[in-house]
Design a binder for this molecule. Structure first.
Ligand code: PBG
Ligand code: ZN
Length: 326
């Protein structure tokens, strides 16, 4: 038999050798854990479409953050469920709003955790849209002014990173300017730059109670068929001052993650969103897939595509998995 071929199987011969040559491995520093915070006390309300995900009151949230910290996960991203919704989502920029209270409480009680504030209006508006309305139209510039106000308010509360997820045009520069003008020179902006109008957000809308009362998000979130446009969105956000850019969802948009990382080379985040999580959970519950293996494979794929950071509801499970590997 000829040996004029390469024996690739040599490097797969046993697990030690495979471990030595593996190109992409998940680490705890890749992870950002999303949390949902609500008013009240001793509340830990399950989300039916997202097993193991809860809305938590601040006291419960603190305990959760301590666990996240002790697992070695570097960061959490916070979503607030307000006590009061109105046309302009005013609780979002109330210095005593749910998210501001939560940030202050975590800062006080948990020392080694990066707190990322998600900034969007849809949880806070009575109509569930990510901006203020004129009739059924979502107004861009008026909404951007509010996003600047929210950002300043969460910065004052102690947020370490600000993450605008609204997809209004011009919000990154508006946020950057208001932070600079108020002396917040060290708060990175992690922009949801290429955020698609995705059906994968379905379960999140139960978790964050931010479903639109009419219409959809297609006038601001990206069309699912577009790739070049994602590059334009990301380039613009970087030009405006974004420090970290995000692609969302992650799994169905690996090509976008790849292009963004290749072409801009910036710290790139990807959000494995609620629907991606729930599909894996559901299939595992049916006994159709191995949850742990799929969790690692889906996240390794996202990292291999180019993501430096992954927002995932599996973050705690991944950290526990990595501890088990040692
Ligand atoms: C708010 C927001 C959404 C998600 C994150 N921030 C929902 C949406 O745009 O409708 C989705 C996250 C997830 O599905 O896990 N704009
Ligand atoms: Zn929104």
């Amino acid at each position: 038999m000829t040996t004029e071929f390469r024996r690739f199987r040599k490097l797969r011969y046993n697990s030690k050798i495979r471990d030595m040559v593996r190109e992409t491995v998940l680490t705890k520093n890749d992870l950002i854990y999303p949390l949902f915070v609500t008013h009240g006390e001793n509340i830990k309300k399950p989300i039916s479409s997202m097993p193991a995900v809860f809305q938590m009151s601040i006291d419960v949230l603190i305990e959760e953050c301590k666990e996240v910290e002790s697992l070695g996960i570097p960061a959490v991203i916070l979503f607030g469920i307000p006590g009061h919704k109105d046309e302009t989502g005013s609780e979002a920029y109330d210095d005593n709003g749910i998210i501001q209270q939560a940030i202050r409480a975590i800062k006080k009680n948990v020392k080694n955790l990066v707190i990322i504030a998600d900034v969007c209006l849809c949880e806070y508006t009575s109509h569930g849209h990510c901006g203020v309305l004129d009739g059924e139209e979502i107004l861009n510039d008026e909404s951007v002014e509010i996003y600047a106000k929210i950002s300043l308010s969460v910065a004052k509360a102690g947020a370490d990173i600000i993450a605008p997820s609204d997809m209004m045009d011009g919000r990154v520069v508006a946020i950057k300017e208001i932070l600079e003008a108020n002396g917040f020179l060290n708060i990175p902006i992690m922009s949801y730059s290429a955020k698609y109008a995705s059906a994968y957000y379905g379960p999140f809308r139960e978790a964050a109670e931010g479903a639109p009362k009419f219409g959809d998000r297609k006038s601001h979130q990206m069309d699912i068929g577009n790739s070049n446009e994602a590059l334009r969105e990301v380039t613009e956000d970087v030009f405006e001052g974004a420090d970290i850019v995000m692609v969302k969802p992650a799994g169905p948009y690996l090509d976008i993650i790849y292009r963004v990382k290749q072409e801009l080379g910036l710290p790139t985040a990807a959000y494995q969103v609620s629907g991606e999580y729930s599909m894996i959970k559901a299939a595992a519950k049916m006994g159709w897939l191995d949850e742990e293996k799929i969790m690692i494979e889906s996240l390794t794929g996202i990292k291999r595509a180019g993501a430096d950071l992954i927002l995932t509801y599996f973050a705690k499970d991944v950290a526990k998995y990595l501890d088990k590997q040692k």
